[in-house]
Design a protein around this ligand. Sequence first.
Ligand SMILES: [Zn+2]
Ligand SMILES: [Zn+2]
Length: 436
Amino acid sequence: MQITVDLHSHSGASGGVGDINFDDIYKAMRLKGIDVYGTGDCLFPKWLEYLKNRFTLNNGLLSAPEYSQKYFLLQTELIFTIPYQQPEDSSLFGTIDTGKRKSWHNVVLFPSFAACEETAKLLKKYQVKNTIGRPFVKAESLEQLEKFLFELQSIDPDIEVIPAHIFTPDGAFGSNNPINNLKDLYGSFLPCINAVETGLSANPQALMMIPQLDNLSFVSFSDAHSGALNRLGREYTKLEIEEGAEKEISCKKIIQAIRNHKVKKTCEFNMAEGRYFLTGHRQKPNHTQPFYCAPDKTPSGYKCPICGKRLTIGVLDRVYHVSQAQNEKERVWGQSYGITRSWQTLVPLIEVIAASTGLASLPGKKINQIYRQAVSNFDGETALWETESEEIANRLENSQVNKKIINDIIAVREGLFKFDPPGFDGCYGKLVIGCR
Ligand SMILES: [Zn+2]
Ligand SMILES: [Zn+2]
């Protein structure tokens, strides 16, 4: 049986948004076609208490009678930080942050409330403040972090640690105090890492350039901070899970699928849409022109030709760099390495509609209405993107969707789109439909 999961989100406790409303999340899951959604911030005491009161836990998944056929999985992000050991080639990156610590994000999945509560105790033992949505686990050495990770794992064997958005600046391979080998971050715990999250600015094509990832599962999630239709499920993963005798989805089956390479496919942003795709500096009041460049055009020392400061290093740059650092033989972009991967490149439907209609405000009332109309003849947006173009066109015509919007949706389905300018220095790429 195949299920569609999005297992990385945040609650209001991570800042930036108000309270998360599960009625809205449920509606968005139905429109999108997401079966299981991460709760976000499940170690945050107030949020955990709320989840316990709000849902019942069955087979390691949260459910409620009014949310038929939809499930939630206990999930948080943890930031790990250890003293930074510069790799030999780090001088290439110009000035390194003086803090000299490496901090990186991780998605952590939990099979029960008890596992969350025990982990909250573990955080206390390690004097980690549990007062924000994503706790900051500060270790004084790699050995101390290893110890923490093994203690975490001993709480429940189904707890899963997944390096998050690994190539964004605050991901494991990211440009903030860069490292070239996951061993430098996880040490002896590395064999317990089974999967990595691609993140919005990278896809399996990019991750296949890195030999160390050859045998790991690639998963893709939204990292959404709200149930808005341009956020929830904007990236997702399809898993093949065992049906077994009980025929039910369970947390254990999801974890097993991730561990045993049962990722059927990931649905990914075009890399150029992601906010950290290329190296550059965005336009600001004191930086009147933007600057961005491809990896082979990077100025020496990553010095910005406009302001002279260090550029924000993009994902593509890091991919090539880590690939070269790990390889004796250069890998070729576009070729497959490691276990077989399958993925689809998508633009969230709501963004296609926004671009097609020229209605700028996202998510706006009018755009939402067209969106509902468009997915009404499908089992959610995910099903729409998996349908053949001709059939999509037929069904959209039956739903009275405007002809231009239909053509633009088909163009995206066929890969006829690009992002110009591409994403860099925290700005998303701009969608242009109708060309490669
Ligand atoms: Zn993160
Ligand atoms: Zn600059």
